[in-house]
Ligand binder design. Sequence first.
Ligand SMILES: C[S@@+](CC[C@H](N)C(=O)[O-])C[C@H]1O[C@@H](n2cnc3c(N)ncnc32)[C@H](O)[C@@H]1O
Length: 332
Amino acid sequence: MLNTQDGLDVYKRLVRYYYNGFLNFVLNDEDISALTWSKQQELLQSIVHCSLIKKYPVNNEFSRLYFKKLISCLEKAGQEVHDELYIGLCNIMNNTSDNDLFRYRHHIIGNDFNNIITIKETKNMVVNGTTGMRTWEAAFMLVDWALCNQDVFRDKTVFELGSGVGFTGIVISKFCKPREIILSDCHDDVLKMISDNIEINFPNMTVKEVNNCKSFVNEKHCLGTMNLDWNDNNMENIALKKPPDIIIGADIVYDPSLLLPLCNVIQDFLQSNNNIEIYIASVIRNEATFETFLSILDTKGLTYHKLQQEESVFVEWDNTIQRCLLKIKMLS
Ligand SMILES: C[S@@+](CC[C@H](N)C(=O)[O-])C[C@H]1O[C@@H](n2cnc3c(N)ncnc32)[C@H](O)[C@@H]1O
């Protein structure tokens, strides 16, 4: 299990919280004593002086609250506070150039600080009429499952439905060695954000744009973006040379009016190749909506089973929420 609380060095935990934009952390007496002047110096090195954070800063308001909370925990426990923490807080408070709409989050994969995925996204759940401008919990679940089952994706062509900012597709491309992965969505701002995030995480790729599709290629990775609206689905509009081997989707089962169009897309793909494996991760906010989705799959002759996923392994997700990871196939 991913150990982000006990046992993990408080310095690493605090870096992880800062990178992730997580503020509800708790520091116990042992953590505070471990935060000596030199540990605080090390922390400052990673959260203030680090080139990644300088290039892709975390949200200014979050940063202010994080520094305030950390300083207050240290002060309350009588631990000496590093001067640069106070200076850092003043600098943050004087920084008026912050763009409140976007923020960067840095996801450390499997506690390995060499494996960081940086995602540009918004804080808000809905922006310009789309939910696709931030990463949702089901994306973390699906990514974690993919990282635990990398062989499923190796050398396969993968197509993602409703990709949002692109976290899932980017992680799978980086770590699971698919031959190719296409990230699709229906909203222009979301597709632009996916491209930005691909460029951040895969710099110096060769980029090509044809019709509504962009491709990013280097010697190891091949990613694409595609505008696909489930409401105007027509397989002829989907510019793929061949049907994919695998389809994935995170948090795409939520809007009752989209369930039928989504299932139609799934069915069309399966009719073009009945061996496609489909993995859909959902947070179940409304049981009736999710049951309707399952019953539409039934009526279309699609079979599914629920995959078990107990706890976080490589990336953190909340295992207390009601959730479901489905594998869908054509009835044989
Ligand atoms: C809740 S977000 C999930 C985003 C991402 N998969 C994640 O988990 O972070 C739902 C996504 O579905 C996309 N979406 C909504 N309606 C759609 C449609 N008709 N066709 C294609 N994508 C759609 C949204 O733009 C958004 O990116």
